[in-house]
Design a protein around this ligand. Structure first.
Ligand SMILES: [Zn+2]
Ligand SMILES: [Zn+2]
Ligand SMILES: [Zn+2]
Length: 238
């Protein structure tokens, strides 16, 4: 079937007005494919249902934006990687409502690597997710896996230089000066002789900010926070 007649056929069975669709675009893809863009998840579902009921063959176009990662906290260390997604699927009814089967869920929820201190019984699974899965997880704030209630947070990989404490480049590409992350002096943090409990944030100090008694490497720091926010905006609104 030619794309033109395909479009005509679609029009014949779907009335966008009646379905309340605002179609953002219809693009021809190859000889027998059309790509239809609508403005919300809800509209996509309606259109999908309608087209399926008329035996159209459909494939979801997965937007290739930057990958989203979330942290799943407090997951039992003994649970192997290949079981995390399956257990999440089996133990959380909302997941089974959203995803017909495990394989579909596994395409949108991919435990990628784990973090956490070796001596602890539980770990953080950094998990690659689609935006709809991220939104659901953050809205619910937790997910059941094993015997644990695992809380969720965004994972954003901020590159902060360990040498100059600047952002956006690693130590190996640094052209800045060595700065101590503890006292803001001109030496490496491991050579720091500042007394216990002393904290001076080099980044805030050099910007002339008043509050400088914190670490430059965390969300306590307004400069770090700003970078984090910028990254979050790149990922999408909460
Ligand atoms: Zn640097
Ligand atoms: Zn120091
Ligand atoms: Zn700071």
């Amino acid at each position: 079937m030619s794309p033109k007649s395909l479009r005509r056929e679609m029009r014949a069975v779907v009335d966008p007005g009646r379905l309340g669709l605002s179609v953002k675009g219809v693009v021809l893809l190859g000889v027998d494919k059309l790509k239809v863009t609508v403005t919300s998840e809800d509209q996509k579902e309606k259109l999908t249902r309608e087209l399926r009921s008329h035996n159209f063959e459909l494939r979801e176009d997965r937007p290739r934006t930057r990958s989203l990662m979330v942290r799943i906290h407090r997951v039992d260390r003994t649970i192997p990687q290949e079981d995390v997604a399956r257990m999440a699927f089996e133990q959380n009814p909302w997941v089974r409502e959203l995803f017909k089967d495990l394989s579909e869920w596994k395409e949108e929820f991919i435990p990628s690597f784990r973090k956490g201190k070796r001596e602890l019984d539980d770990v953080i699974w950094v998990t690659r997710v689609t935006s709809r899965v991220r939104d659901e997880l953050l809205k619910r704030t937790f997910i059941f896996i094993g015997f644990d209630v695992c809380t969720i947070s965004d994972f954003i990989d901020i590159t902060q230089c360990r040498k100059c404490l600047g952002f956006g480049h690693p130590e190996s590409k640094c052209r800045g000066q060595t700065v101590c992350s503890t006292c803001a002096g001109s030496h490496e943090a491991k050579a720091c002789t500042a007394g216990n409990g002393i904290k001076v944030c080099h980044n805030c100090k050099s910007q002339g900010l008043k509050q400088i008694n914190h670490s430059p490497c965390g969300l306590d720091c307004p400069v770090y926070m700003k970078v984090w926010r910028r990254e979050m905006r790149a990922v999408g609104p909460l």
